[in-house]
Design a protein around this ligand. Structure first.
Ligand SMILES: C[S@@+](CC[C@H](N)C(=O)[O-])C[C@H]1O[C@@H](n2cnc3c(N)ncnc32)[C@H](O)[C@@H]1O
Length: 230
């Protein structure tokens, strides 16, 4: 069943068209505060709370899901939070077209689509192919946060990052069951309520010792537009 597209009129919202007009995110925010990105913000539970606790940072929240973008904007408006902009975009396309090199201080990915079947795992967002995009966008000392209730996805991500040059775990262990002061997303809350464990990966970029060209992400890139949160 195809869901009806909702017209989003929020001043916080950047459609695929509007985002093309952005040359520099600091101009959009009207300040040069550090910039963070949440990929797959869903209905906005996490980013609204994270932004509320950190008013001196700027946040981009992106999702391919129109209804999720709408709900996130509504939360921001209802709660009077002004340091977030919501973009309807595909993550890999957004990172390679709308983010300047070394401009992000934080990247968050919470409960991404798990693709549990073995033959579908190559569709997972965080993979070896994703890392060059992160290398391009994240500044030195930048933080990468990943959470999932799917143990093997979280283990794979912790392993990928451990093997990837220039990054190190921000805590004693690469894989954790709790991250202090980390706001809950809707999917996290659902998993915790059902009694399931959560897995967190938090790595820090140690240095930008190489200049990284933006990886080419072409129109043929596979996006599962049918993916959606309720
Ligand atoms: C399982 S939901 C989790 C939502 C939210 N992060 C949470 O934890 O409650 C995954 C979200 O990621 C979005 N998503 C999946 N693939 C994406 C991609 N390639 N680029 C941007 N968003 C994506 C989906 O539309 C969906 O809203």
């Amino acid at each position: 069943m195809t869901q009806r597209m909702i017209l989003i009129n929020s001043p916080f919202f950047f459609s695929e068209e509007r985002v093309k007009t952005v040359a520099d995110w600091s101009e959009v925010f009207g300040n040069s505060a550090p910039l963070s990105l949440e990929i797959g913000c869903g209905t906005g539970h996490f980013i609204v709370e994270r932004a509320r606790r950190n008013p001196h940072r700027n946040y981009l929240a992106i999702d391919i899901f129109n209804r999720g973008c709408h709900k996130t904007c509504r939360k921001l408006e209802d709660e009077g939070i002004s340091n977030v902009r919501v973009v309807r975009a595909e993550a890999r396309h957004f990172l390679s077209h709308h983010i300047r090199p070394a401009s992000l201080g934080e990247i968050f990915i919470n409960c991404p689509d798990p693709w549990p079947k073995k033959r579908h795992r190559r569709r997972r967002l965080v993979s070896a192919e994703f890392l060059p995009l992160m290398d391009f966008a994240l500044r030195a000392d930048g933080d990468f946060y990943f959470s999932s209730d799917v143990a093997d996805y979280a283990r794979d991500v912790a392993h990928l990052l451990s093997e990837h040059p220039g990054y190190g775990p921000a805590h004693a262990a690469p894989l954790l069951n709790e991250l202090p002061d980390y706001p809950r997303s809707k999917y996290m809350l659902r998993s915790l309520e059902q009694g399931g464990p959560m897995y967190f990966v938090h790595f820090r970029r140690q240095a930008r010792n190489v200049e990284v060209a933006p990886p080419l992400v072409g129109p043929g890139f596979r996006v599962n537009w049918a993916t959606s949160c309720p």
